[in-house]
Design a protein around this ligand. Structure first.
Ligand SMILES: Cc1cc2nc3c(=O)[nH]c(=O)nc-3n(C[C@H](O)[C@H](O)[C@H](O)COP(=O)(O)O)c2cc1C
Length: 347
């Protein structure tokens, strides 16, 4: 499947609004692989987006799901954190959300994906059971699992994944980690090239490189290191087709922001974004409790976006964010491919 792509570029699924059907279909029509993000929306909303994709392109596309976990969470710590963060919500006149543990409509979403026979399905935050993966494969879907360590790669392969999305520490958005994820900050965080090499040594299924890829030269490097395609998220954030919030798009070129960092302050799960005041002040206090912390801070992030305050928003971005360009997705793909071919070495 991946080898049949005329262009080895995958537009990363980006939950929270960025990967619209308009963006994903533009990428698929251009010969890459566009992705919808199933995370955070309802199964019905996801169904509507998939149907729109089928109308907008005949080319293959993907849908990404968050795999729910059964992690035990210390609710006392979660509630303490909620009270602390409430001081940020008070000026907006809002109460923070309840620390819910939901499964993001997992069963319902799998049912929609089966019914609509989505060509490519990718997973993050976990590895689905052999049974789920088998059912989807028998239904015609190609299965990708996101991994961040060699150990996760072995588990995903053993569960029947067709390919792995190998996510380096450079990547924007949430870490897809599913082993020891709450302790993960004290463990090894692999840069993309090291991770690709380690996984390629032990796993013989197609690898997709993700994390900090912004230029054709990065794609060439990833392909040379053993990947068969590159997955880019941040590079597409400023495209006009991207549904990223305008405040998020503007922050990517705002000189106030000078770096990215990894935080679990917004959602209780580690993610990379532009370093802002909320991350600096709350990261130390936040419990590792996903999705509880996500539900707590959701209304605050929304209120901040409505009042154009990037300091209290999760501005997910990878380490290469300064190279993100405001150009249509198709143009971006053509530019990247020119760079891959070495036609524009100084771009
Ligand atoms: C705004 C944003 C949202 C993301 N949402 C998802 C998601 O819903 N599912 C997923 O598997 N990965 C998600 N990711 C991670 C991407 O799949 C990918 O690993 C990452 O974008 C690669 O790094 P880059 O952003 O430096 O290109 C997201 C990334 C960003 C920047």
């Amino acid at each position: 499947m991946l080898k049949s792509l005329s262009i080895p570029i995958i537009q990363a699924p980006m939950a929270g609004g960025a990967s619209t059907p308009t963006l994903a279909s533009a990428v698929s029509r251009a010969g890459g692989l566009g992705f919808l993000a199933g995370g955070y929306k309802t199964a019905e909303e996801m169904r509507g987006e998939i149907l729109t994709m089928y109308q907008q392109t005949k080319s293959p596309f993907g849908v990404n799901l968050f795999v729910p976990s059964n992690d035990v969470v210390d609710l006392e710590k979660v509630n303490d954190y909620r009270e602390k963060v409430q001081t940020e919500a008070n000026p907006f006149g809002i109460r923070l959300g309840e620390p819910l543990a939901d499964d993001d409509e997992w069963e319902e979403k799998i049912a929609v994906i089966m019914e609509l026979r989505v060509p490519v399905v990718s997973f993050t935050f976990g590895c689905p059971s052999v049974e789920v993966i088998n059912n989807l494969k028998q239904n015609g879907s190609y299965i990708i699992v996101t991994v961040t360590t060699p150990e996760e790669a072995l588990i995903a392969k053993g569960s029947g994944a067709d390919a792995l999305s190998v996510q380096g520490i450079e990547a924007g958005g949430h870490r897809g980690s599913f082993l020891h994820n709450r302790l993960h900050s004290q463990e090894e965080d692999y840069p993309l090239l090291v991770l690709l090499r380690l996984i390629a040594e032990s796993v013989d299924i197609p690898l997709i490189a993700a994390g900090g890829i912004m230029h054709g030269k990065d794609i060439t490097t990833a392909l040379t290191a053993g990947a068969c395609a590159a997955q880019l998220g941040t590079a597409f954030l400023r495209c006009p087709e991207s549904g990223a919030h305008p405040v998020h798009k503007a922050a990517l070129i705002n000189p106030r922001f000078t770096s990215t960092a990894i935080t679990h302050a917004f959602t209780g799960r580690r993610a990379r974004g532009l370093l802002n005041r909320f991350m600096m002040e709350y990261d130390n206090m936040a419990p590792y409790a996903y999705p509880h912390v996500h539900h707590i801070t959701k209304s605050l992030r929304k209120a901040a976006a409505q009042t154009h305050n990037p300091e209290l928003m999760s501005l997910w971005a990878g380490q290469g964010y300064q190279s993100a360009q405001e150009i249509p997705a198709e143009e971006l793909i053509h530019l990247l491919m020119k760079q891959v071919r070495g036609n524009e070495p100084n771009e």
